[in-house]
Design a binder for this molecule. Sequence first.
Ligand code: PMP
Length: 429
Amino acid sequence: MSRSEALFARAQHRIPGGVNSPVRAFKGVGGTPIFFHKAQGAYIYDEDEQRYVDYVGSWGPMIIGHSHPKVLDAIRTQMDLGLSFGAPTEVEITMAEKVCELVPSMEMVRMVNSGTEATMSAIRLARGFTGRDKIVKFEGCYHGHSDSLLVKAGSGALTLGVPNSPGVPADLAKHTITLQYNDIDEVKQCFQEVGNDIACIIVEPVAGNMNCIPPVEGFLETLREVCDSSGALLIFDEVMTGFRVALGGAQEKYGITPDLTTLGKVIGAGMPVGAFGGKREVMEHISPLGPVYQAGTLSGNPIAMVAGLAALDIISEPEFHTELDRKAKYLVDGLLKAAERVGIPFHAVNAGGMFGFFFTESNAITSFKEMMSCDIERFKLFFHFMLEEGVYLAPAAYEAGFISQAHTKDDIDFTLMAAERSFKKIQSL
Ligand code: PMP
């Protein structure tokens, strides 16, 4: 029995499903989850000392690689000064200033402890600001697990087949309108019918919780237009895309300005952090300035702030994102070529430092429905063959992959050779 198997057996006695977040349980791929104990650069090491090239990167935060010395130094320095004060600190201002500088649509920002808190608070703010209850989201987009947003959600909710979770009151869920991602006509029709009741649209500007689906031309533009004409707020959930698909996030890459933005993952460099912010006139409705309540004992935690700031400094260096995009493209192109050589129907795509791949005959996946028709069984086989080869991919077909600054050409070539062998094994079954 491997140490991961032994630990998983032990974990299940006291932790529901043996994990503290569902997708970690390998339900999407079968088998026993790998328990890790160390990570460095592009590599992650399991409890049996097996090394993997890591394309999960803690689900996105590790954009500069694991255990980056500058992040660790910043944490060590802060550690000696104190872990948490529950009172204002200068480093929170520095963080707010940095975020607003990098994402200019954010004129004010509030720090929280997770992406879930960021989106939940942004929704409350949009409702409080507009005085409307209805919100629009898209099927397969995941915005964390708060009640209003756990309706037809992606990621783990999709893997486990609970897109509408028990425990979400129907009285609340009825205010969440779910449309199809990239369906411009449906958005227009919805706003023609009930636009004046809608507080906000929340969208992943590149969907990363139903694999990786970039927006089609005109989709984000349409969202901006219908919000402008109806008085609804446009919220870009950039928890995944923020600082990753471009320095200024998807809003910079696609040139669309949202009213509110939510952030997480990269902004904490691996510490538990989220943030939401946007237009000053909207953010001024947050307490204590305004009546919309939002708070947090550990919000703006100094350790998290210094870690995040160290990471943001590194990713602000010239060419960081050009290089990240180049690496992701090299990986995606290599995968496409390997699949073609072996004769496996396959599609892959990247948006900056995030990528997705699909076992499908199609050469463009733009919708939830198309994504759901991909060959999940082939994905599961590929996942396990790659694991045996020493490559750690997201353990579910509905998740985006993440690349980091630490991934070298050799790491990617290693991955591509592993992929070609894995494709061959699938083909020979
Ligand atoms: N929004 C998006 C787009 C996400 O991808 C996630 C998490 N993967 C969340 C929100 C929720 O973030 P957290 O898990 O930190 O609560």
